[in-house]
Design a protein around this ligand. Sequence first.
Ligand code: AHM
Ligand code: MG
Length: 327
Amino acid sequence: MHAAPGATGEFTSLLNHISLAIRIINSRVRSAGLAGLLGYTGETNVQGEEVQKLDAFSNEVLLNVLQRSGHCGVIASEELDEAIIENNHGRYVALFDPLDGSSNIDTNVGIGTIFAILRRSEPKLTPPTLADALRPGREIAAAGYVLYGPSTLFVLSTGQGAHGFTLDPSIGEFFLSQPDIRCPDRGNCYSVNEGNYSRWTPEIQSWARWVKGDGPAIGADKDGEAPKTPYGARYVGSLVADAHRTLMKGGIFAYPADSKSKNGKLRLLYEANPMAFLFEQAGGGATNGKDRILDIMPTELHQRTPLVIGSKDDVAAYRQFMVGERS
Ligand code: AHM
Ligand code: MG
């Protein structure tokens, strides 16, 4: 963690607080199944204490740690209706999804935490407002995700590349394990909930047929290589797990809009922006199908957006289907 480039002083302290919250959440995630086995999943445990669901617990931990850090003027979470705006001296805005993929908790599938940090423009002169949080993702100062998988992996960017840190559980500290992650320019896997196929537009359906080798052949790229279809299918249903695989191995993850979720399912501020920031830092791409995710000007806290992230050539090919350059 200390090797994160560009992290100094207050900013470093904020990141250290986030790291602490993550380690607390990790320890509870690691024993979630055990707690269930021992019957701790009811309203109260044997000590008579209320047992919180893991996502509510994770939210509380991040909130408490960030509030006590004193660094945040605005804190917003996917689990809270309203933003917490309270600290006039806080120079930063923290936005997070405390436990993403929570529908996978009960089956012991990878889950994660996602966050973004923004700098308030004039923290000394103006009290914090909601507007401090409603900023485009290109202004993010730091973004990261944690994958609670076979190991606990923290992928972080402070705007100078994306770097992976693995938790050493024996001493409870993160160590730099994947410096300067680069997403391959093209991959051979696609990741999408294809159960939504009948709800997609014809453009998305065409892309899905193409990626399975059932669509029009696509010619060589400028580097002379034509994409080889069919792509393999991989879909966990936890954004952090699907995004991490895509970041490391290349390919594409898409959660498009559909006739049921007209603006897509994923949230711009807590999920799409941090992931888009990390993918761009690793040389990948991120679009809503037409526009760059990081250029979207948010209008509300819990705004949703279609999200397509991955290898830059795969994201570019998807976009060509959406804008009618391919069909
Ligand atoms: P959540 O924030 O309620 O956990 O929902 C977000 C999750 C993502 O992790 C994942 O990419 C997506 O929802 C999966 O949705 P679906 O089950 O519709 O495929
Ligand atoms: Mg989520």
